[in-house]
Design a protein around this ligand. Sequence first.
Ligand SMILES: [Zn+2]
Length: 186
Amino acid sequence: MTAHTPPRRPPPPAGGSDFARLSKKIAEAGLMNRRPGYYTVRSIAVAVAYAGGWSAFVVIGAGWWTLAVAAFLAMMFGQVALLAHDVAHRQVFRRRRPSETAGRIAGAAIGMGYGWWQDKHTRHHANPNHEDLDPDLLVWSQDQARAATGLPRLLGHWQAFLFFPCSCSKRSTFMSPAREHLATAP
Ligand SMILES: [Zn+2]
């Protein structure tokens, strides 16, 4: 009878894992430093453009030019969402309370539940690109694409080319779970 011995893991390389070394390098380069001046200017610019878009929507009223306003507001919604993302990562405010307040205002401006999204996004960063655990995974793995049938299989085959057009419908994946979250929240 032989005793079972678990396989021995290779020792971590000197200086830590690849990720640890990369993290250190990024921090040392100052890329993770907060930039209050930059975010002040960016937030004001986005807020002015967002308000300008809605003002144009009201002033123009029903007409073909409203389509141009819609395209502009779509871009502004994206900018507000990007700001909310940076707020959630505490890149804008150091403390939790102002981060949450700003995040909730930004989320409300684009019809997104900030608390719901933050929980989802935290799980995304905890398990990036994990097929089962990353809720923000936008593309299929080769195994998933192979296992699909019918239209999903066809889409999976062309997913590299369809990535940007399909990203336009990403907002719908934000809205319905957020509505469910609000409906079931205590
Ligand atoms: Zn993130």
